[in-house]
Design a protein around this ligand. Structure first.
Ligand code: ADP
Ligand code: ASP
Ligand code: MG
Length: 405
């Protein structure tokens, strides 16, 4: 007997037939004698619709009420799945975030899990009840409902798997595993049998939304065995594992793209020591997360251009705070939200030279201009015009030998 956590995403619970299909999947695990906890997302499209309602009623809304509204989709699916299971003769009950409780901090819209009450869940599991839980939501110390950020049900499931000391956390979705790149834009993408936590973490944070970044970090820290697999087909998925479980590393394991980036160029900044510190301290104090950065001095060294990227939703704010700053002198600010960040990821990069050169040459051969570059130990990212997203990802996929036969 194993203790397992299963998580089903929005497309997997998109209508009543699919919820019945999920119930069948759960039944298989129950019939195999396992203790089963299940997390569900809202039906596909529901959370977007709820976000639309909140923005429609007031663009400058109270973040606590936003969470009250947008968490509602998961209440529906958790109840429906419990009913579907009961109809099949399986004892089941639903839990909302506050009932578990899934305790979080007070950062509404992007709350972090701090503690999970597992006593009641464990005792029900031991009685043979399937515990169906609403993903994405929690409760703060102030007794307010919180949400964990978009895609957060993955994190709910992994956190519960860690708290329950589960043997496995299976993430069921609309693709049958983690691919070398988004299979929806590269038909030749290849499914990976295994991927390291580290690579998965980079890929998630660089745009591969198949797992929420925080869920991967949590799995890595707590050694949770995560598997990504299809809700619709019965076949093995992708296991997220430690590096030593992978026999031979590819130099590049995956390619990602993130379209929600925006570029800011602060042109003609007076060049003096401390200027970068002034600019980036100001942005940090305004809660703007800066990603890629480059600085170019003019020939005489008197002025410099500072280029950086932020998430698209922070673009206006970044511009505004810089324009208001009295301690920073510059000529003007140029912004561009029509950009995409393309990244290549692989632990094999640590021991192989030439990975960056291949990337730059491949893009150059396609006539694609690189606007900003940033690297870390296991990834290289470039910022390019969004128009070339697909062309770039496909060309790189071929260049690194990742295409499926
Ligand atoms: P769910 O609703 O089940 O949480 P998501 O839409 O959040 O599903 O994540 C699954 C989607 O992630 C896939 O449909 C796919 O388009 C996208 N995706 C992006 N990059 C990858 C990748 N490297 N491997 C697999 N899927 C990816
Ligand atoms: N329903 C939430 C969202 O759409 C959480 C999730 O699906 O993981 O972001
Ligand atoms: Mg998701």
């Amino acid at each position: 007997m194993a203790r397992i956590v299963m998580k089903f995403g929005g497309t997997s619970v998109a209508d009543l037939d699919r919820i019945r299909n999920v119930a069948n999947r759960v039944k298989k695990e129950v019939d195999a004698g396992n203790q089963v906890s299940v997390f569900v997302s809202a039906m596909a499209g529901t959370t977007d619709r709820l976000v639309g309602y909140v923005e429609g009623i007031s663009p400058m809304h109270d973040a606590r009420e936003y969470d009250t509204v947008v968490s509602a989709g998961e209440q529906i699916t958790s109840g429906l799945l419990a009913i579907a299971l009961q109809d099949m003769g399986i004892p089941a009950r639903s839990w909302l975030g506050w009932q578990m409780p899934m305790k979080t901090n007070k950062v509404h819209g992007a709350a972090r899990i701090e503690d999970i009450g597992t006593e009641e869940i464990i005792s029900r599991l031991e009685d043979g009840v399937v515990c169906v839980m609403a993903g994405f939501q929690g409760i703060s110390d102030d007794n307010r409902i919180t949400t964990l950020g978009r895609g957060g049900s993955d994190t709910s499931a992994v956190a519960m798997a860690a708290a329950l000391n589960a043997d496995r956390c299976d993430i069921y979705t609309d693709v049958d595993g983690v691919y070398t790149t988004d299979p929806r834009i590269v038909p030749k993408a290849r499914k990976l049998d295994k991927i390291t936590y580290e690579e998965m973490l980079e890929m998630a944070s660089l745009g591969a939304k198949v797992l929420q970044t925080r869920s991967v970090a949590m799995a890595m820290n707590h050694g949770v065995r995560v598997q990504v697999l299809s809700s619709f087909e019965d076949k093995p998925g992708t296991l997220v594992v430690d590096e030593d479980e992978i026999v031979e590393n590819q130099v590049v394991s995956g390619i990602t793209y993130a379209k929600n980036e925006a570029q800011v160029i602060v042109v003609g900044v007076k060049n003096k020591p401390g200027i970068a510190s002034d600019v980036f301290t100001l942005l940090a104090d305004s809660n703007v997360n800066v990603d890629m950065i480059i600085q170019n001095e003019t020939e005489d060294g008197k002025k410099t251009d500072l280029t950086f990227t932020v998430v698209e939703s922070d673009l206006e704010k970044s511009k505004e705070v810089l324009e208001k700053a009295e301690n920073i002198e510059f000529e003007n600010i140029v912004t561009d939200d029509n950009v995409v960040k393309i990244s290549v990821v692989g632990v094999g990069m640590r021991s192989h030279a030439g990975v960056a050169a291949t990337m730059f040459k491949t893009l150059a051969d396609k006539g694609i201009n690189i606007q900003v570059i940033s690297t870390s130990e296991i990834k290289i990212s470039v910022l390019i015009d969004a128009e070339y997203t697909e062309l770039a990802v496909r060309a790189l996929h071929t260049a690194y030998g990742l295409d499926a036969e």
